[in-house]
Design a protein around this ligand. Sequence first.
Ligand SMILES: [Zn+2]
Length: 319
Amino acid sequence: MIMTPTPAYSLGVDIGGTKTLAALVDDFGRAARTFEAPTPASGGPTAILGTALRLAGLALAELPAGARPIDSVGIGSAGVIDRATGTVLSATSALVGWAGTDIRRAFQIAFPGLSVIVVNDVQAFIWAETVHSVAAGSTQVLGVMVGTGIGGGLVIDGRLHTGAHSAAGHLGHIVVAGAGGLPCPCGRDGHLESIASGPAMTAAYHRVGGTADDLRAVAAAAAEGDALARGILNTGADAVGSAIGSVANLLDPELIVIGGGVTGLGADWLGRVRRAAARTIIPAIGPLRIEPGLLGAGAVAIGAARLARPVPFPENGTP
Ligand SMILES: [Zn+2]
């Protein structure tokens, strides 16, 4: 007789600069019962945590009958996160007052009995794509998210690499050509994020006299033949490509996985990123695959949940 295993889930939460998402994540890395809301980013930590805890509660209440009780929650959050304490060490101004927030404690109080881990959101993203998706089977992976900010995540020798100060992977804050003098949200200037993030490209369009509320509007202008808008998007893509090519030269990854809202610009943007990276990567390392993440909006929650509840082979990967 074939026994059907009891389905097991972990709770995954993604606290991003724009949206917050909670989901039940099964052992195959599938997000079920997903709940999402805008992050009240300007409302301070109490409001941000309140939204995250509310969505987490909604997801927990949807645990299917017969499933194992949930014993763990993983949270992927924007900012530099101290893995040992689950506290935000630093964050950009996008999440007002977020630095110093004890995320783990808030979840422990709200959901007694659950083990709680907290990681940076890009680190969670690349872990999900490595364990369950496009980078499955790889042990050296560079992850990049290009959106409101630009972040990176590193899998080295099959382990998530977080660095000496939990801050490894800050790909958005390396110096790139063309960004000199442009202020970066980190407080320095000349960094990749100051020329290639969504807000940076929108601001660049404003500087040349364009009017657009957001990156989507800049992209629409480019699609209608606005050469200034097109040039700004191209400059951003070139900068992302040369930056990740440079980092690839340092790390020698098997592949690069790219995600985040700016990837919504589509095949033209990604193709340009790939070409710029190819021009930068040394022959010993290239040609190197640069692939979009496949897990979509749930990737951060999936990766955080998987870090909270690791699953042994052969449950890893696609069922
Ligand atoms: Zn910076």
